[in-house]
Design a binder for this molecule. Structure first.
Ligand SMILES: Nc1ncnc2c1ncn2[C@@H]1O[C@H](COP(=O)(O)OP(=O)(O)OP(=O)(O)O)[C@@H](O)[C@H]1O
Ligand SMILES: [Mg+2]
Length: 469
């Protein structure tokens, strides 16, 4: 274990890092921060939730010259939510140093961004499309940039952003430092990436498995029509604090969110067809806990760091192993534990094995729970609440009523009634979900339309491999 002190960081950064509650550097941070500080190009691959943001963020902020009013670093991320999150983390790292960090992303008023750009930020964090938009409008000048970071680089290249990335890089001086980070870095992508890097150091944190060990991984083999009842039973039994349910398409996400609400769960959906304001408000409500289930397409699979996500449910099996790794990585972050459940229909078993082969980790098989097990689960939750109330609440106001009741009724019946009233009995309200055929697994499939809620690449001759969602 290495402390940040040993990495030779400035006092200002040490103060900010301490304030963020970080004590020791994570392995990817310990390995890449020294290289980055020496201006080396780095491809950093480490498991989800292991602090890759600070791994590039700390040296990036350290190298900012606060006395210069130029944009010195730019971070590119595949989704708007991720761009916002990364800019918030960089802002925190640079807070004592007073580094100005600005997020720019699609769906936000461009005039407002132009005004913000005039306030001379030092660091820009953005999505590819919007960055190019500003370059074309001449509202963003990158000739003083010395550091470029591609967060979730493999995803941006998969999505066909290669030309956009090259267009952005062509605006940055050639003697820049380029950093690439992701939990997954498939070989072909790495080769493409090396094209715009200078002798990159490949830092791959040694781990037997691609996923973190603190995520328990299960799969359930079930028929399509049984999926929804199984999901609600699992929710009743497992009682997640916050859960993300991933669905295959946008329609699926909308229908699942509605169906969950019908059965009494606080759920909302997030996908690329929603307005940016709606996307942000759903995410905010989820972080605050006013909704407990976020139903999402893969738009929420990459990079998002939401504390309190204890469970991830793959209602539909992810289309490829990388997507699986990122989806389940929304839980079990920063050393916390998490649970991931993947639903597999009999014809998708091959895909499951393919995922296991890539991640080098077997998922444990779980039987779909019965209605009785769901009821038991809910009853257990009611009892836990009851006991917590006995321990924590002041009950003096209620004790008289309790004593009076006990004069007339036996205590067992009274407590049983109280538990029954508090137990959310499994709801079997019928719901309707449109059948969504499995997506093609083939990698180099062309897609006519790119509707997964991420940015739209400008050039369309790319190797897309995800279907419409
Ligand atoms: N050194 C540290 N000590 C404690 N917590 C840390 C440290 N570094 C990062 N964290 C916290 O760990 C969490 C995960 O970090 P981060 O989002 O950077 O992970 P990541 O590796 O980028 O994951 P993903 O692959 O999903 O994008 C964040 O909440 C972050 O604040
Ligand atoms: Mg990340």
């Amino acid at each position: 274990m290495i402390t940040f002190q040993e990495l030779g960081l400035s006092k200002e950064l040490m103060k900010a890092i301490r304030r963020m509650g970080f004590e020791q550097a994570t392995p990817i941070q310990a390995e890449t921060i020294p290289l980055s500080l020496q201006n080396k190009d780095v491809i950093g691959q480490a498991q989800t939730g292991t602090g890759k943001t600070a791994a590039f963020g700390i040296p990036l902020i350290e190298k900012i010259d606060i006395n210069s009013d130029t944009i010195q670093a730019i971070v590119v991320a595949p989704t708007r939510e991720l761009a916002i999150q990364v800019s918030e983390e960089l802002y925190k790292i640079g807070a004592t140093k007073r580094v100005r960090v600005l997020p720019i992303y699609g769906g936000q008023d461009i005039e407002r961004q132009i005004r913000a750009l005039k306030k001379r930020p030092h660091v820009i964090v953005g999505t590819p499309g919007r960055i190019i938009d500003h370059i074309n409008r001449k509202t963003l000048h990158l000739q003083h940039v010395h550091t470029v970071v591609l967060d979730e680089a493999d995803e941006m290249l998969n999505m066909g952003f290669i030309d956009d990335i090259e267009a952005i890089l062509s605006q940055v001086p050639a003697e820049r430092q380029t950093l690439l980070f992701s939990a997954t870095m498939p070989e072909p992508i790495r080769r493409i990436a090396e094209r715009f890097m200078n002798n990159p150091h490949l830092v791959k944190v040694k781990a037997k498995e691609m996923t973190v060990p603190n995520i328990e991984q299960y799969y359930l083999e079930i028929h399509e029509k049984k999926k929804f009842d199984t999901l609600t039973r699992l929710l009743d039994i497992q009682a997640p604090e916050l859960a993300i349910v991933f669905g295959r398409t946008k329609r699926r996400v909308d229908e699942l969110a509605e169906a969950l609400n019908l059965r009494g769960y606080a759920a909302e959906g997030i996908h690329g067809d929603l307005s940016q304001a709606k996307r942000l408000s759903v995410l905010r409500k989820f972080k605050e806990g006013s909704i407990e289930i976020l139903v999402a397409t893969d738009v929420a699979a990459r990079g998002l760091d939401i504390s309190g996500v204890t469970h991830v449910y793959n209602f539909d099996i992810p289309q490829d192993p990388e997507s699986y790794v990122h989806r389940i990585g929304r839980t079990g972050r920063a050393g916390k534990t998490g649970v991931a459940m993947t639903f597999v229909t009999p014809r998708e078993i091959g895909q499951l094995h393919n995922i296991e082969k890539t991640t080098k980790r077997k998922m444990e098989r779980m039987k779909p729970p019965t209605l009785d097990e769901a009821l038991e689960g809910q009853q257990r939750i009611a009892i836990e609440k009851l006991l917590a109330t006995v321990e924590k609440e002041n009950l003096s106001f209620y004790k008289r009523a309790a004593e009076e009741l006990l004069e007339e009724h036996d205590s067992v019946s009274l407590i049983a009634a109280a538990i029954k009233m508090m137990t959310k009995e499994p709801d079997t309200t019928p719901v309707k979900l449109t059948e969504e055929p499995p997506l093609p697994v083939k990698r180099e499939k062309k897609r006519p339309n790119h509707k997964n809620g991420k940015e739209q690449p400008r050039h369309r001759q790319m190797k897309k491999r995800r279907a419409v969602r």
